[in-house]
Write a protein that binds this ligand. Structure first.
Ligand SMILES: Nc1ncnc2c1ncn2[C@@H]1O[C@H](COP(=O)(O)OP(=O)(O)O)[C@@H](O)[C@H]1O
Ligand SMILES: [Mg+2]
Length: 251
């Protein structure tokens, strides 16, 4: 990827999404600097996945704008956004169970217009970087859960995105596994040159890797700041009361 591409800012400018009577997002704004690792947290139903859907072209905002390097992405398809440098993972993984690990990673290059040889070299490089070479020929449907999530990450990273959006990548992982994932996520800006938007309920993980955290509640911005700011914010603690999820301030 060219240096100019890397220097792009991802701008979320007063974005709202309505589903009938539900305001899934209401007037949400923040910027992501190139190479920034930012957390996006909030109780279930807060609007986190809806925002990732907007950023990656799966959902059109009802109001507001999303700009990448100053270009308004309104109406861009997921594949156009992918080509422009926005990659994502899905909450439910979504690997092709009947394809091999290598083929699943290669699927991340579909629609990017690469020749077979170029695609294969990108896939091999990614498999090496994420220690997936021994698994390359294995069917994705036979992988243990954590390995499957790493393959999803490899698929998102395979074409050097400017930003990767990770929707609850540590869900279902043990503490040791999420610790390893934290190291991997923290290394993404230096190893892959990309920024990361991390949706995650595991606040130990979020606090360990994020420079800033954006907190949503009921579709609205509740707080934005450093992990220390968020831990000290009484409104954030209150939003999590009565929820079985861990409050950011309890970590
Ligand atoms: N496609 C949809 N149609 C209708 N309502 C939706 C849709 N997607 C999400 N919602 C609603 O929008 C709100 C935010 O959901 P979501 O973005 O999935 O939250 P989170 O990822 O923070 O748990 C919830 O009330 C949810 O039920
Ligand atoms: Mg979600």
């Amino acid at each position: 990827m060219r240096t100019t591409d890397r220097a792009r800012v991802l701008e979320i400018d007063r974005v709202s999404v309505r589903f009938g009577g539900i305001a899934a997002l209401a007037d949400v704004s923040f910027h992501m600097a190139p190479g920034e690792v930012r957390g996006l947290v909030g109780p279930n139903g807060a609007g986190k996945t809806t925002l990732v859907n907007c950023l990656s072209g799966y959902q059109r905002p009802s109001a507001g704008a999303i700009r990448l390097g100053g270009a308004d992405t309104a109406g861009w398809s997921p594949s156009r956004l992918r080509r422009a440098g926005i990659a994502r993972t899905f909450q439910a993984g979504r690997l092709f169970a009947g394809l091999t690990v290598a083929e699943n990673v290669e699927a991340g290059l579909l629609g990017l217009g690469l020749g077979r040889r170029e695609a294969a070299s990108h896939v091999q490089a990614m498999l090496r970087l994420l220690d997936l070479v021994p698994q390359a020929g294995r069917l994705a449907g036979t992988l243990p859960y954590t390995a499957a999530r790493i393959v999803s990450l490899a698929r998102a990273l395979v074409h050097s995105p400017a930003f990767v959006l990770l929707d609850e990548p540590a869900a279902g992982m043990s503490d040791a596994e999420s610790g390893q994932l934290a190291d991997l996520i923290a290394s993404l800006p230096s190893r892959f040159g990309c920024g990361v938007l991390l949706i995650e309920h595991n606040m130990t993980l979020v606090n360990a890797v994020c420079e800033r955290i954006h907190v949503l509640d009921g579709g609205r911005t509740l707080a934005d700041g450093t992990p220390a700011d968020i831990r000290a914010n009484p409104a954030v603690a209150a939003a999590y009361l009565g929820s079985e999820e861990a409050a950011p301030c309890s970590m």
